[in-house]
Design a protein around this ligand. Structure first.
Ligand code: HT9
Ligand code: FE2
Length: 373
């Protein structure tokens, strides 16, 4: 049985941290069941599923995402111990084993009743925030009345946290250290994230807000990273935001431009190097190693364009410290203390308890935890 934290624990009142992630297959026979789970009830054509299954086949049917989360759990556990706490780090997924409901059941059986959730997704949108909150509600529902004594809080969206900006800046500085500066005029820095339906971006953010918070947060992070690069190295790269991993029906508009289309246009304009920085993701999972390292790299190489890919946050110590800082911040908030959240610009700071109606589910209204609705 895991010991419960004492009252002077930096993470009190929490008994455990719960890392919540997307999940991925780990063997060839898990690929199609995983894809059907991901797209259940959604408008994703069968050919797209077979196409995506082929991505996983290139990697032996195993996505890197679960191993990356195992490494993150270990790193978070070490960092928490370094701060003098023995609060354990649990892990549950939306789409693959270990499923959230199983993790919650096991936590409860061990007497871990007060959990602080960290999502492996930094940005605000239905897919990257509310859907995980719905998954938490569904998982507690699955446990039935037994879950009534569980407290589940969540750290706030952390894209515009100075630590997340710093780790992405650091990775960029290192990735281009070997590129000669006299080529910077013909180099383009492409910040990349997962495309989502335009309607999902339009409604992202607080219900009474302007929407488009998903894209807005990426633009802020990109601008801050490019500014950090300038400050650190004096180098000024032209930059823009592009998208990868579009799915859904071709008739539904999704965020564009696609990274491959944009590289093709840039090649025609005389760009000779693209630096691809996937700031929308926190680890080098399948959307990164396939959609960027295989597909976008092949597009660039076919056109004679040099392709440099910047690593994601992964288990970088600054990222791990940032996540534990966020848990400490959430714990202080739960204890009723006045909290001054670290934020990298004066723009939109999202609360840890989501507004009613924010980042709505446009298909059906479902219960969601960690919010006012
Ligand atoms: C915003 C966002 C993130 C970032 C935030 C976060 O991390 O949560 C993200 C991450 C990921 N997306 C992933 C994989 C997939 N996403 C799909 C489909 C979709 N993603 C969407 C959005 C996002 N997705 C959407 C709107 C769809 C359409 C269907 C639906 O509304 O659900 C599909 C279905 C097939 C297809 O691609 O068409 C797959 C296989 C993996 C796992 C990679 C691995 O295995 O290593 C990860 C981390
Ligand atoms: Fe996705």
């Amino acid at each position: 049985m895991t010991p419960l934290p004492s009252d002077d624990d930096v993470l009190a009142p929490y008994d455990a941290v719960l890392l919540v992630s997307f999940g991925g297959p780990e063997a060839p026979d898990e690929v199609m069941p995983f894809l059907r789970r991901v797209t259940a009830g959604r408008d994703v054509p069968e050919e797209r599923l077979l196409d995506v299954a082929a991505h996983y086949d290139h990697f032996g049917g195993r996505s890197p995402i679960n191993d990356q989360n195992r490494a993150l759990v270990a790193a978070l556990t070490d960092e928490i111990a370094r701060r003098g706490s023995d609060v354990p780090v649990l892990w549950g997924n939306r789409n693959s084993d270990p499923f959230l409901a199983d993790t919650l059941r096991a936590a409860r059986a061990e007497g871990l009743l007060r959990l602080c959730v960290v999502l492996t997704s930094a940005y605000s949108s239905y897919s990257s925030c509310r859907q995980y909150r719905e998954n938490l509600a569904a998982a507690t529902e699955e446990l039935g009345v037994a879950a009534a004594d569980l407290v589940i809080d969540k750290v706030r969206p952390y894209a515009v946290h100075p630590g997340f900006v710093a780790v992405n800046t650091e990775a960029l500085v290192e990735a281009i250290a070997d590129l000669p500066e006299n080529g910077d005029a013909s180099t383009r820095l492409l910040f990349v994230t997962h495309s989502v339906p335009e309607a999902m971006d339009d409604t992202s953010g607080p219900g009474d807000g302007e929407g488009n918070l998903y894209v807005d947060q990426h633009l802020r992070v990109g601008a801050l990273v490019a500014e950090g690069l300038r400050e650190r190295t004096g180098r000024d790269l032209q930059h823009e935001l592009v998208f990868c991993s579009r799915s859904g029906s071709p008739r539904t508009p999704w965020l564009e431009p696609d990274v491959n289309d944009r590289i093709t246009e840039l090649a025609a304009e005389g760009v000779t190097t693209v630096v691809v920085a996937p700031i929308g993701f926190v680890s080098d999972h399948m959307e990164v190693v396939n959609d960027l390292d295989r597909e976008a790299r092949a597009t660039a190489e076919r056109l004679g364009v040099r392709f440099v890919r910047v690593p994601t946050a992964g288990t970088h110590p600054v990222f791990v410290e940032t996540l534990v800082d966020l848990v400490e911040e959430r714990a202080a908030e739960a204890r009723g203390e006045v909290v001054l959240p670290a934020h990298a610009d004066s723009g939109d700071l999202r609360p840890s308890v989501c507004d009613a109606g924010c980042c709505p589910n446009l298909r059906e209204a479902l219960p969601a935890l960690c919010g006012r609705d």
